[in-house]
Design a binder for this molecule. Structure first.
Ligand code: NDP
Length: 287
């Protein structure tokens, strides 16, 4: 069997085209969705991600602004920037590029961004609401995985799903979102004994460990949907995922490439959430 390759870049383009129509409808109400990105420091990978997000804003016709902060900025400076953006009516979505420099605590951001502008879905308010089943925004990377599965017509309800990784931004919300859609979910992590014993049961396998080629062909059930979230820079090989793509594609039913799978879809989810935030704000103004 050779797997169907899920083209995240193509799905993302389709999403931008649909968003453009919603952006046009908002402009009839004199509203232009706006996304503000805050970047502390000069991490080169973060700069690339931000450049992609600005490009995506342009593709969808939404306003974007970048707020660079010094690598050694004090927590108060970050907080003051976020408070200003929380109050700015031109800004509907706020994105803080992670990772932050080590002296800044991610919990600051998780508490300081206004929940209605938290288009990354990472504030404690939205995380709690996700657990309760009523998130204002679903976190973007797990949202990208769900959208790829849905657009490919891959059933989630009743299926066995295995998530490799339990981080607060990918693995844990991914598990919650699959559970809320009716999958039976196993979460694996670095302390899991015999990873393959779990992954081989998966109809849907999500790899989010940040370990190049952790998932090999013998760890995959024939016909499974294998979604590779990992982005690993390997010397001499460029960017690779967590899945041994060349071999796993001979076993799986569906597979995402890296790059070109979950990455571009994550950006599309940020933009989609920003448009949603602007629509909510316009509806509240009109009420
Ligand atoms: P973290 O480093 O925060 O978490 C990694 C998780 O993987 C941890 O839970 C860790 O377990 C687990 N893990 C590590 N090694 C193993 C192993 N050998 N077997 C099983 N589990 C393991 O990473 P993130 O969640 O932030 O990101 C994961 C990957 O996804 C990275 O490559 C990152 O670059 C990428 N990413 C991609 C995005 C996209 O848009 N495509 C967006 C965000 C991230 P433990 O908890 O026990 O340490």
């Amino acid at each position: 069997m050779t797997a169907i390759v899920l083209d995240g870049a193509a799905v993302a383009r389709d999403i931008y085209a649909q968003l453009k129509e919603r952006v046009a409808a908002l402009s009839q109400m004199d509203v232009r969705p706006g996304l503000a990105a805050v970047h502390a420091g000069d991490n080169p990978a973060s700069k690339i991600y931000l450049r992609n997000k600005v490009k995506a804003c342009n593709a969808a016709g939404i306003h974007s602004e970048l707020h660079p902060l010094a690598a050694d900025c004090q927590p108060g400076v970050l907080l003051a920037t976020l408070e200003k953006l929380n109050r700015n009516p031109r800004v509907h979505g706020i994105l803080v590029q992670l990772p932050l420099p080590s002296h800044l605590d991610t919990a600051l951001v998780a508490k300081a961004v206004a929940p209605e502008k938290d288009v990354d879905g990472l504030t404690w308010h939205n995380v709690g609401a996700l657990i309760a089943g009523h998130p204002l925004f679903e976190p973007c990377t797990p949202g990208a995985v769900i959208t790829l599965l849905e657009r490919a017509g891959i059933a989630i309800e009743g299926r066995e799903a295995v998530v490799v990784g339990r981080s607060a931004i990918v693995g844990k919300p991914m598990a919650l979102m699959l559970t809320s859609r009716g999958a039976t979910v196993t979460v694996c992590h670095s302390k899991t004994m015999d990873l393959g014993r779990h992954t081989r049961r998966a109809d849907i396998l999500v790899a989010a460990a940040g370990r190049p080629r952790l998932i090999t062909a013998d760890m995959v059930m024939p016909g499974a949907a294998v979604i590779d979230v990992g982005i690993n820079r390997v010397a001499g090989q460029g960017i690779t995922g967590d899945v041994d793509f060349a071999r796993v594609r001979e076993v799986a039913g569906w597979i995402t490439p890296v790059p070109g799978g979950v990455g571009p879809m994550t950006v599309a989810m940020v933009i989609a959430n920003t448009v949603r935030a602007a629509e909510r704000s316009a509806a509240a103004r009109a009420a």
